[in-house]
Ligand binder design. Structure first.
Ligand SMILES: [Zn+2]
Length: 231
């Protein structure tokens, strides 16, 4: 699980950080913020992997729009209270669970992580349990190709998260009343699906995994055409 440290120029890093903070202040939509009485009105609850290649802004602008929960391997159980807050109190109409290709958490959970600190082992065990559950429910088999195999596991992991969300009666009710859509997405950073690098696919909608069924969901508009899976 080791990873090489990146060589950084601290001076450059500090300057970039300052620039980022200043740009945020400069571009801050103060008028809109004031109109909304300085409160938050997010429309998406996003559960994504902490991986820095999976930035929240892949779904568009973030400010006062995306309520974000990130953890390694995008696990509901690791951030469950925060997710429930987004869905039940902030009432976002969309919940997105985003998996991705080459997920380090999925690889680590599939390997020996016994030498890691307790808190990390705990989170990886949560990922591992999701993978085991996903594999149990899987109809086909995993690819012999490593890249594809881990992408399939990431898809299965997203399915398990959505199944678990739907096991909450309050969430199921929101979905049944169409007040909430739970979208399972796969960010294909490595062109594993063959549709190009960094394309996002729709692998699950409200627990439905069949891409042909999802493609028929007219209420999802153009999003439905993204339906695709490996597993
Ligand atoms: Zn990841």
């Amino acid at each position: 699980m080791s990873h090489e440290r990146v060589e950084v120029d601290l001076g450059v890093l500090i300057r970039e950080l300052e620039e980022g903070l200043d740009a945020f202040k400069q571009d801050f939509p103060l008028d809109n913020f004031r109109k909304g009485d300085y409160k938050q009105y997010p429309v998406i609850t996003l559960l994504a992997c902490s991986d820095s290649r999976v930035p929240g802004n892949m779904v568009g602008s973030m400010f006062n729009r995306v309520f974000t929960i990130e953890n390694i391997g995008n696990q509901v159980k690791t951030g469950e209270g925060s997710i429930l807050y987004g869905l039940l109190h902030l009432g976002t109409p969309f919940m997105i669970v985003s998996g991705h290709s080459d997920c380090g958490a999925i690889k680590a959970a599939s390997s020996d992580y016994s030498g890691e600190p307790e808190a990390l082992r705990k989170e990886l065990t949560t990922v591992k349990q999701s993978l085991n559950q996903g594999l149990k429910a899987m109809k086909g088999s995993l690819s012999d190709d490593e890249k594809k195999k881990y992408t399939q596991l990431a898809e299965l992991n997203v399915d398990v998260q959505i199944e678990y969300l739907l096991s909450h009666p309050e969430i199921k009710e929101l979905v049944e009343h169409k007040d909430l859509y739970i979208l399972g997405t796969m960010l294909d950073l490595h062109d594993v699906y063959g549709g190009g690098y960094a394309r996002t696919y729709l692998s699950n909608v409200n627990g439905e995994k069949n891409p042909d069924m999802i493609k028929g969901y007219t209420e999802l508009g153009s999003l439905a055409a993204r339906a695709n899976r490996i597993s």
